[in-house]
Ligand binder design. Structure first.
Ligand SMILES: Nc1ncnc2c1ncn2[C@@H]1O[C@H](COP(=O)(O)OP(=O)(O)O)[C@@H](O)[C@H]1O
Ligand SMILES: CC(=O)N[C@@H](CCC(=O)OP(=O)(O)O)C(=O)O
Length: 245
């Protein structure tokens, strides 16, 4: 199984999305998509007159913000992807982390309803049943606790948790062709040491820092390489940046 994380920026690029879903249609792999939609959520909260801020790459998510966050991610973002998938001839099923068998817990009081994924031992059989029936699971980064609290999970962290739960390959598709060095040149490989160095130097920062950290932790946990790139990676599996221990 291959878990592909789609960054929210792709939602605003219908042509790239269309090309991506066409590639997925040709693929023989069992694919599960996990998606973000940070820009869309930001826009919805601003339209509602709610001020939203991020701390260390995580959106502070007080309970009154949650209907907009859940509506944006599990609603509009998820259904925009379904729309494109159906147009490409695929059979998508929109899900949250809960249906994928990944439970969440509160990260810290100060971040509100930001969730961390908990290691799930009893993985739900739903995903394998859906794949066997030819469906494309599209999972938003909205999660729940076992007592029904809802959570906003960073979508990179959500993708790592899903890949870990299913012992799957992991690929991050984002809005840049690769992780770039200080002079803007694409880096073909990164490991623990080079990541530490480039992060310390401020070359890898913002959303890319969260993504690279997630990719490294997944590479260690899954004992295999994880790739970060643009949708072109679907056509050229050796493009982008390969992250290994
Ligand atoms: N060294 C780097 N190489 C490439 N992008 C970087 C780097 N450091 C920071 N970034 C930023 O990270 C962004 C990708 O992260 P993010 O916006 O969170 O993506 P996504 O929405 O796909 O999760 C890039 O658009 C870029 O602005
Ligand atoms: C807790 C937290 O930060 N959640 C993210 C979830 C969406 C996301 O990660 O979207 P991208 O992949 O497009 O960045 C947020 O609210 O922005």
């Amino acid at each position: 199984m291959k878990v592909i994380k789609l960054g929210g920026s792709l939602l605003e690029q219908p042509e790239a999305l269309s090309a991506l879903f066409q590639s997925l249609k040709q693929s023989d792999d069992e694919i599960v998509l996990v998606h973000g939609g940070g820009a869309l959520v930001q826009q919805w909260l601003a339209t509602a007159g709610l001020h939203s801020e991020k701390v260390n790459g995580l959106r502070v998510s007080p309970e009154p913000h949650m209907p907009y966050i859940v509506g944006g991610l599990a609603g509009a973002a998820n259904k925009t992807l379904m729309k494109q998938a159906i147009a490409a001839g695929l059979k998508p099923i929109g899900l949250t982390l809960y249906e994928a068998g990944v439970l969440c817990a509160k990260q810290s009081e100060s971040l509100g309803q930001v969730g961390v994924c908990q290691a799930s031992e009893a993985v739900s059989g739903l995903i394998s049943d859906l794949l066997a029936q030819g469906y494309l699971p599209i999972i938003s980064s909205i999660g729940f606790s076992d007592s029904g609290d809802w959570f906003n999970v960073n979508a990179d962290d959500a993708a790592v948790a899903v890949a870990a739960a299913y012992n799957a390959d992991l690929l991050f598709i984002t809005d840049v062709d690769a992780v770039l060095d200080g002079s803007g040149t694409p880096l073909s490989h990164l490991n623990s040491e080079s990541i530490q160095e480039l992060t310390r130097a401020g070359v890898i920062k913002d959303g890319m820092e969260v993504k690279v950290r997630g990719a490294l932790s997944a590479a260690k946990r899954l004992r295999r390489c994880v790739r970060i790139g643009s949708w072109n990676v679907m056509n050229n599996p050796f493009s982008g940046t390969q992250i290994s221990e």
